[in-house]
Design a protein around this ligand. Structure first.
Ligand code: MIG
Length: 855
């Protein structure tokens, strides 16, 4: 580490020299150190000129001294750069990137001129300067998207002989950066620097880095256009967005392959879709995971769990999940149940199922080190050689909750399969899902609080050449592979049931296996404020099912804070109230009936919005576009100079495409504050009143409108986009309860008015075989007429509703005539209280057209 910093400083001072001196210096550096790359420890090497190049069908390969650069086009908008300072490119294999994407290729047109070599994909042009090796990527019109700022730098990073590298790119003054997983930082990472090294850091705050989940992927956004970059490397790595050098961003790792993917939008949504193409999406989760989730460390007895369930139902707080934290176990030993506290565990699971509540159980990855004591996870794990070893071949043992513990070698396929079998009994009881905690991994008694770097595992399984590997390489993927083993294990046990896994640690691509949360936050207003950008960046990093500990983990919230947090949490993908051991009770009823009523109202709203929410989740499972998202994702052109609108209003976010959530910028604020609207008409979701028109902007002006909000404890401002059809349902107490009443369609007239609805059985994989329901809505409006078209149903899953209650906002006719498929129907009327025209129509799976007219 120290050495690397020295080198960085050296190069940065070089860049300040006058030109001639700089050339001389570069020559000197190359002559003195870079020719001696491999043998002289502590020396650097740089690839600084093109010695030879040859075109490949899908790219180019360039030699530079002993170094190689290979650039491949996987698609015309996705490139892969691989570099090395030895004569050999790194071996294939990736924990993050799907094989289907990794192996994809598209033909390119090579070019070569006196200044540069490269190729053109039709969408992107890559050129490598002959005299410097600087890589430039431009779009089809020659507009520069990304350009090297200095030569790539290789260095010896540690005593093990790992070669680290650093890459510097030019950083335009108006480029902004997002992603990187769950960083405790503002949404826009410009000006920040991060380390990727999964870390259990209880009591983190804004700026604590690194944390539990590191995703070496970011999206760059500049003047309305976006590209993505994924560093496909699991070693400790760093990303710097202009902190170290004002006009450059950089990334590097302490070892492993220099391999990165570049993917071009130009829209931010296309970048998200390409990232999903590369790393996959989270498969459709069980519908119940969209419900309200009640947790604490720990509901410690069967009676307590039952009483929480009863209390939720008695108080009519809709809920789908209760979590069991570590105290259900015998001496914190994973996969055990303390019979004293939980005398009839299967009966508990069944009784909760009758209440339509699922249990999610924690199963930490550390296995108690209990030789000769009949603890099956240890016995079978040791028999199968499934644990990590010290360099001398002994088992690595570290203290965690059970005391001395061993750690599964999750990079072995056989170990992942063994791990999956450990769930057999719990899963057979009907436990809904599992919670993978402590998987950074967290260790109590080592100086680093994790497994020492020299502990050894084996990489063995499809996609990789079998070899030994130390924690240097696999530390960052312990969490993702732990959650993968859990997910795959559950699927193997119940092949037609959607697994639900909640993981704390993960890596790029980890969305394929698990939902996540932001870890051990605290009960403070500033942490509530930080939650939105963190969840947005997790969403952009692939984790569209993410949440935080509502009310805060460490400490106990003031009652108003808990209320405000529950309001916002109702619009987070995962809505889970959780707190630490020893804190005050933190359930929705704590603090009295007035507070409870407010919290209930928001949880109720979440359940009433379930048809919309589930539709968005299903879409995210196909496209990778997160449900909870920053405004610039949908409105990249909102500001006049096309900077991300979120930089001005970091408190606001979108919940799906049609709902704008606008908590106060400082959530404990008592002053009035301004809500800024992206350029569309907007309606107040609570009152139905129009609050913003579709604005007309002149060139160079932005089209933003605002409204002033007076904060009130019981109000979280929510706005519906004009041009949307939002499906809702009658209130239920569990997502598994069939709504009693019609499907509700809220129509908010505006440009390009549309919506959709997706449904299925919520738990099985039958939807993959056509057993789902999909309907599309469109609407057209003029001052005198509104038409709502409901498409024929796609898929074989039957609708739960017989009738559809249509509410049309923003229209106030005195008299209204309705026609369904051209035939007059009765009952349409303007309801001043709801500020909407209301009409009920029968459900028709073949589709129908509703027309409303006024004189
Ligand atoms: O060292 O299982 O982040 O949610 O309640 C603490 C006990 C271990 C950390 C998790 C937290 C959980 C707690 N765990």
């Amino acid at each position: 580490m120290r050495f690397r910093n020295t080198m960085i400083r050296e190069v940065s001072s070089v860049s300040r020299f006058p030109r001639l001196l700089m050339l001389v210096s570069i020559f000197m550096i190359c002559a003195l150190s870079c020719l001696a790359i491999r043998d002289a420890r502590g020396q650097c090497s740089e690839l600084t000129r093109v010695d030879s190049a040859h075109a490949l069908p899908s790219g180019i390969e360039i030699q530079s001294g002993p170094g190689i650069l290979r650039v491949l086009a996987l698609r015309s908008d996705v490139l892969r750069f691989t570099m090395s300072d030895t004569g050999q490119l790194p071996t294939e294999g990736s924990w993050a990137v799907l094989e289907s994407a990794r192996l994809a290729r598209t033909p390119v047109t090579p070019f070569s001129n006196p200044g540069a070599v490269g190729f053109d994909t039709g969408m992107l042009k890559v050129s490598v300067a002959r005299s410097t090796m600087a890589i430039t990527v431009t779009d089809a019109s020659g507009h520069v998207l990304m350009q090297d700022a200095s030569p790539v730098h290789f260095y010896k990073s540690d005593a093990e002989g790992d070669t680290g590298f650093m890459v510097w790119k030019k950083m335009p003054h108006d480029e902004h950066y997002f992603g990187l997983g769950g960083k405790a930082a503002p949404l826009d990472h410009r000006g920040w620097q991060f380390t990727m090294w999964n870390t259990d850091h209880p009591g983190w705050f804004r700026g604590t880095d690194p944390l539990y989940k590191d995703v070496p992927y970011f999206m760059a956004f500049r003047a309305g256009k976006a590209y993505g970059l994924l560093l496909d490397n699991t070693w400790r790595s760093t990303f710097d967005f202009g902190k170290e050098r004002r006009n450059e961003f950089s990334f590097g790792a302490e070892g492993g392959p220099l391999r990165y993917y570049f993917f071009y939008g130009p829209t931010p949504k296309q970048v998200e879709e390409e990232y999903a193409w590369l790393t996959g999406t989270m498969p459709l989760p069980p519908k119940w995971s969209l419900g309200y989730q009640q947790s604490r460390w720990s509901y410690g007895t069967e009676a307590e769990v039952r009483s929480i369930a009863d209390h939720l139902r008695k108080d009519r707080i809709p809920a789908d999940v209760i979590y069991m934290d570590i105290d259900y176990q015998v001496h914190n030993r994973p996969f055990t149940v303390d019979q004293q506290k939980f005398p009839d565990f299967p009966a508990l699971v069944q009784d909760l199922a009758k209440k339509k509540i699922h249990l999610v159980m924690i199963t930490d990855l550390h296995i108690a080190y209990l030789p000769g004591q009949n603890y099956m996870p240890f016995i079978t794990g040791e028999e199968g050689n499934h644990f990590l070893h010290n360099p001398n071949g002994s088992l690595f043992v570290g203290d965690v909750w059970p005391g001395p513990a061993v750690f599964p070698d999750f990079t072995q396929q056989s170990t992942r399969q063994w791990w999956g079998t450990l769930y057999k009994q719990f899963y057979s009881y009907g436990v809904g899902g599992f919670w993978n905690d402590m998987n950074e991994p967290s260790v109590f008694n080592t100086p680093s609080k994790t497994i020492p770097l020299d502990v050894v595992g084996q990489i063995k399984g499809p996609g990789f050449a079998t070899r030994m590997a130390t924690q240097r390489e696999i530390h960052n993927i312990m969490g993702i592979e732990n959650s993968r083993a859990t997910f795959d294990g559950l699927l193997a046990l119940k092949p037609n049931q959607r697994p639900f896994v909640l993981t704390r640690s993960s890596f790029a691509g980890g969305q394929r296996y698990a939902a996540t949360w932001t870890g051990d936050n605290s009960s403070s207003w500033s942490q509530l404020r930080l939650s939105t950008p963190m969840l947005e960046n997790l969403g952009l990093s692939g984790f569209y099912m993410a949440g935080d500990d509502i009310g805060g983990f460490a400490g106990s919230p003031q009652m108003d804070l808990l209320t405000k947090w529950m309001e916002v949490g109702a619009f987070n993908p995962i809505d889970r109230d959780h707190t630490e051991k020893g804190s005050n009770p933190q359930e929705p009823w704590v603090g009295g009936p007035q507070q409870e009523a407010i919290r209930r109202h928001y949880i109720d709203t979440r359940y009433r919005l379930l048809p919309y929410f589930y539709t968005e989740v299903e879409e995210a499972s196909r496209t990778g576009i997160p449900v909870m998202r920053p405004l610039f994702l949908d409105f990249p052109d909102a500001t006049a100079d096309k900077h991300p609108l979120d930089d001005d209003v970091p408190n606001e976010f979108l919940f799906g495409p049609d709902l704008l959530i606008a908590p106060a910028r400082y959530p404990d604020e008592v002053q009035n504050y301004e809500v800024t609207f992206p350029p569309e008409p907007w309606y107040d979701f609570w009152t139905g009143k129009e609050v913003a028109q579709s604005p007309a902007a002149g060139p160079g002006e932005d089209a933003l409108q605002t409204t002033i909000v007076t904060p009130a404890l019981d109000v979280l401002p929510v706005f519906a986009k004009g041009g949307s059809v939002i499906p809702m349902q009658a209130l239920v107490q569990s997502t598994e309860q069939a709504p009693d009443g019609p499907l509700e369609l809220r129509v908010y007239p505006g440009p390009n008015c549309h919506g959709s609805l997706y449904d299925d059985d919520g738990v099985s994989l039958s939807y993959e075989r056509g057993d789902y329901l999909r309907v599309a809505y469109t609407c057209e409006s003029s001052p005198r007429q509104i038409t709502l078209r409901i498409s024929a149903q796609q898929g074989s899953y039957p609708a739960w509703w017989k009738k559809i209650q249509v509410s049309i906002f923003g229209w106030h006719p005195e008299q209204v005539q309705a026609e369904l498929d051209g035939k007059p129907i009765a009952g349409a009327k303007y309801d001043p209280e709801q500020a909407s025209v209301e009409v009920e129509i029968p459900q028709n799976a073949n589709g129908e057209t509703l027309t409303l007219r006024t004189e």
